[in-house]
Design a protein around this ligand. Structure first.
Ligand code: SF4
Length: 496
């Protein structure tokens, strides 16, 4: 699904991560810790959240639209009711209309072996085809998520929980970091290419003489509760956590790893350590490489906050041009602040960003942003910087041009809406209204990540939204990726 900028004046013209997952096993406050973890992972999904817990006898669940701090506000007393020593949780970026509530995860199903809760970050790219098959054979779906396809595949498989999960995952294509919870186990699994992140952590509670194990999308979900990172869950790895500890297996054929490079550019929180790299340090390195590739005569380096900040620091360090907060972000703009009427729509970007005239006026400004998607916000920000008295505005982007949609779990516009897919470089520059427009090259991005260059025969990352080189089949979309993006929401009328 895509946000329509014509009806959403707060849209910040970015790709959006679809989901965060979190799970914990072995502490009596499992739901409280899950709520904390989800709060730290809020940036990966702001529209809906949910927790399912297990107390040794019963599962307890709460799912609701809204942000973690509001849904699980202590005054509502919801977390206290989600009792148990194990829990999993999920944040979702966006669902639409009437489908909103029933698509909120974790999903839950009753199997022969008991209940199972499932939370998924990613997108299954053959879920629609599989769903049609399942429906033909009598399956009745409760939601329109790709994740439910997995649950039906498990119901049709044989064996114990883990065997059924592996059998189901062998039939799916796509990107997934999954966290599942049964009556006795917490399970984490990453797709064989490891497109989306998942870390294993540990929370030692000496006062209770206990150790709880955690699965989380990012390390910031561990830091918030003083837990330590044990390691990344590896691509293709399935981890089972039970009362005897942590057990690992690799049940899928080994494949070349293709972690999402956009996690470093934009999605992950800068204080997270992802796949062994500090996201903050990676962004600074990208900024330095950008400065080496595209030096500009300028007086001041200004980030478009917040995501442009580390790259702008790197660019300033490398170029020797001073870094300044030339744009101040209002962090308190909610999507429901004002109805998006025509009268306020023209305010656009100013609801969220304002130029800091004191450091802009009379200066040649280099603006640093992480990416350009539709380009609508970039144009308004350049206008704002010129209105604040800049004598020149140079736009430097800390990623290559975004020319393809993502089908691996990211809310992304259709290709026809991506500025770089429909315009030449010069047309983009003119549309944005800047004096110069530069993007880091693909090789520059790989150099910043510690590689000599991008190896086209064996790229180290998924970079499909820049290259069109999709590492996992797009069965539901046509392998060119040219069909309209359905992402994780499968439309009912097509699935019937
Ligand atoms: Fe990440 Fe882009 Fe690949 Fe999607 S297409 S997984 S956003 S690199």
């Amino acid at each position: 699904m895509t946000l329509d900028v014509s009806t959403n004046p707060y849209d910040d013209d970015k790709f959006h991560e679809e989901c965060a997952v979190f799970g914990i096993f072995g502490t009596e406050d499992a739901s409280k810790h899950t709520a904390l973890g989800l709060h730290a992972l809020q940036h990966r999904g702001q529209e809906a959240t949910g927790i399912v817990s297990f107390d040794g006898k019963e599962f307890h669940a709460h799912r609701e639209t809204g942000q973690v701090g509001d849904v699980f506000d202590k005054d509502r007393g919801i977390v206290e009711k989600l009792k148990g020593f194990a829990a999993i949780g999920h944040n979702r970026y966006s669902t639409t209309g009437g489908d909103m509530v029933r698509n909120i995860q974790p999903l839950f199903a009753d199997f022969e072996f008991g209940g199972l809760a499932v939370a998924h970050n990613g997108n299954l790219t053959n879920a629609l085809r599989l769903r049609k098959e399942l429906v033909k054979h009598g399956a009745i779906f409760q939601s329109t998520t790709d994740t439910e396809t997995l649950i039906h595949l498990m119901a049709h498989a044989q064996g114990n929980l883990t065997e059924r999960l592996v059998a189901a995952l062998r039939r799916v294509e796509g990107a997934y970091s999954l966290v599942c919870m049964s009556r006795k186990k917490l399970i984490g699994v990453r797709d064989p290419m490891g497109v989306r992140p998942l870390v294993l952590g540990k929370l030692s509670e000496p006062s209770k003489d206990s150790t709880a194990y955690i699965l989380a999308s990012e390390t910031c979900g561990l830091d918030i509760m003083g837990a330590e990172k044990v390691r990344d869950v590896l691509p293709g790895e399935l981890i089972v956590i039970d009362e005897k500890g942590v057990h690992s297996q690799f049940p899928f054929p080994k494949m070349a790893e293709r972690f999402c490079v956009f996690e470093y550019i934009y999605f992950s929180r800068p204080d997270s350590i992802v796949e062994g790299h500090s996201v903050y340090t990676a962004r600074k390195a990208i900024g330095r490489e950008l400065a080496r590739e595209h030096p500009v005569e300028a007086d001041v380096i200004v980030p478009i906050p917040d995501s442009g900040v580390p790259s702008a620091i790197g660019y300033a360090e490398e170029s020797g041009v001073p870094f300044e907060y030339g744009i101040i972000r209002n962090h308190y703009v909610g999507r429901t602040f004002i109805e998006p009427t025509d009268e306020i729509r023209h305010l656009g970007v100013k609801l969220k960003h304002n130029a800091n005239r004191a450091v802009i006026e009379g200066k040649r400004v280099v603006l640093i942003d992480d990416s350009i998607v539709r380009g609508t916000t970039s144009r308004k920000i350049v206008e704002m910087i010129r209105a604040a008295g800049a004598t020149a505005v140079h736009m430097c982007i800390a990623s290559p041009p975004t020319t393809y949609s993502c089908y691996y779990g990211v809310d992304t516009p259709e290709r026809s809406q991506l500025m770089a897919a429909r315009m030449s470089h010069e047309e983009m520059r003119q549309a944005i209204g800047c004096d110069t427009l530069t993007f880091i090259t693909m090789d520059g991005l790989y150099r910043a990540m510690g590689h000599a260059a991008r190896d086209p025969a064996k790229p180290a990352y998924c970079d499909a939204c820049f290259s069109g080189d999709y590492p996992i089949r797009l069965t539901d979309f046509g392998d060119s990726g040219g069909q309209p993006a359905q992402l994780s929401l499968l439309r009912e009328q097509k699935a019937g």
